[in-house]
Ligand binder design. Structure first.
Ligand code: PLP
Length: 481
């Protein structure tokens, strides 16, 4: 193709674009109708590499340079989130309209670091963040930004916690004291990683024990704090999980919030997964007390049908969004406009150039209204409760804990004396190689569990029944040897 005319050709884009949209529409149709019976077609990494080489060679040799043809090959080895058998890690099957927003924002490629590099994108981001903050129960003073994933969002919020509460100016002078936070033993690993990135080391994460339902045992907060102080740690924050990753259990945010207030600690809520409950009229009380948080992180890509990565970091006091990364001089000059400079977003985030993350969320809100978020969260949480009830009544299954979100952990427990950890691991491996269901596994109390996230509103009772029957069939076959 002649450069630059042909590679940028609108005519070519029209043809290729239509073919790609047609391909995606067919993929959605096949997934939802069940024509496509596999959610994943697993292979080994070496075969995957060999196939990629093959697709590359095929596309390179093909005169028409067929993008849709290339994508259709890729689809064969992609995990298919729109398939009702997708019950794996926490990520949404994106709304087709939101995928179009991704295409459009990738075309615009507005850098967003400074206002003029994304006038619409910057204002849209503010709109999205402000409307979310309100939904979370914060006042007008709340503010924040969107960033690339809950992992980065949590680190950014914890940097603000450090700036607000640590007695040393660590941002300027480096770590002097032993700084720490309190978090439940069920927290996502990124909290631990954040503490280590900030130079606090493993001792910087003090684990609060959990109750039987895997939520933080708030009655142990006081003693845990005292013990940490006695160990010479300067504790600056408590992180609540809303919800935890493994079992989808919500910490008691209200209790943690009051504890933080009493002890002048920063209260951060890792709501990467479950803070989206604020959109559900039926399940909103799962995050009761969320408004007590100093900072909250929420992923739009987990429960809200938005293509990844789309994460909001919200601060109760919006100035922390603005001051977090400020250099000392800039911070001290206290330019009256400084805090109000919401429109130069790179001052607030790790990213310099950033994609127009907010457009995906804004498109959903503008086209479908907030109700679609309620519809999805409510449908998925109800569906998980239904699955939980099915497991409880089954007799040959054990439920780790009653589902509080759309995450359900369970295991196959046939009668007799068996190594249930081994059996359940084998079941999960066999399901993966069959590819009709995709589920994952986790360890709870040193035992192996099967773990599902109901991510797809098209997944229903018949799929749950089929999954359990399939698990029984595979499990019994293993036991017979
Ligand atoms: C998923 C999750 C994260 C990580 O978020 P990413 O967007 O995958 O980076 C952090 N915390 C919790 C509780 C999560 O569920």
């Amino acid at each position: 193709m002649k450069f630059p005319e042909e590679v940028y050709s609108p005519k070519r884009f029209r043809e290729q674009g239509s073919a790609v949209v047609e391909l995606i529409a067919t993929c959605i149709e096949d997934s939802i109708s069940g024509t496509q019976n596999k959610v994943i077609e697993m292979t080994d990494p070496a075969t995957a590499m060999a196939e990629v080489q093959q697709w590359f060679d095929q596309c390179a040799a093909d005169e028409s340079k067929d993008v849709a043809g290339l994508f259709s090959n890729i689809y064969q080895r992609a995990i298919r989130l729109h398939h009702p058998g997708y019950l794996g890690h926490q990520i949404s099957p994106p709304l087709p309209d939101a995928a179009l927003a991704s295409l459009f924002s990738d075309f615009l490629n507005n850098g967003m670091g400074v206002f003029e590099m994304g006038v619409a994108g910057t204002a849209i981001e503010r709109f999205v963040v402000k409307s979310l903050a309100k939904k979370m129960g914060f006042s007008e003073t709340a503010d924040g930004f969107l960033t690339s994933g809950g992992t980065l969002g949590n680190l950014t919020a914890l940097l603000a916690a450090r700036r607000a509460k640590a007695t040393d100016d660590i941002w300027e002078s480096g770590v002097q004291k032993k700084t720490a936070l309190l978090v439940s033993s069920q927290a996502h690993y990124c909290i631990d990683r954040s503490a280590r990135v900030m130079g606090w080391g493993a001792v910087g994460v003090v684990k609060v024990p959990v109750k039987r339902d895997f939520s933080m045992d708030v009655l142990q907060l006081e003693a845990t704090l005292e013990a940490a102080k006695a160990d010479g740690l300067e504790v600056i924050a408590v992180v609540g999980s809303a919800c935890s990753t493994a079992t989808g259990t919500f910490d008691n945010l209200e209790e943690i919030g009051l504890f933080c207030r009493r002890h002048d600690l920063w209260f951060h809520v890792d709501g990467s997964h479950g803070a989206a409950s604020v959109y559900s009229k039926e399940f909103g009380d799962r995050v009761k007390g969320l408004h007590l948080a100093d900072s909250v992180v929420m992923d739009f890509h987990k429960l809200l049908m938005t293509p990844a990565l789309a994460t909001a970091v919200v601060f109760k006091e919006g100035r922390w969004a603005a001051e977090n990364f400020a250099q000392k001089a800039e911070y001290l000059w206290g330019d009256a406009n400084h805090v109000d400079e919401w429109h130069d977003l790179a001052k607030r985030t790790f990213e310099c150039t950033k994609s127009m993350i907010a457009l995906k969320v804004f498109t959903i809100l503008a086209v479908h209204g907030e109700q679609v978020f309620d519809d999805n969260v409510t449908a998925l949480f109800r569906s998980a409760a239904e699955f939980g009830a099915l497991l409880r009544s089954a007799g040959d299954f054990e439920l780790a804990t009653s589902p509080q979100s759309n995450i359900v952990c369970f295991r196959f427990t046939p009668s007799g004396d068996h190594d249930l950890d081994l059996l359940n691991r084998k079941i999960r491996a066999e399901l993966l190689s069959q590819g009709e269901f995709y589920i994952v596994q986790t360890i709870l109390d040193d035992r192996a569990w099967l773990r599902t996230t109901i991510a797809n509103p098209f997944t229903g009772k018949s799929h749950f029944e089929n999954l359990l029957n399939e698990i029984r069939r595979i499990g019994n076959a293993f036991l017979k040897g």
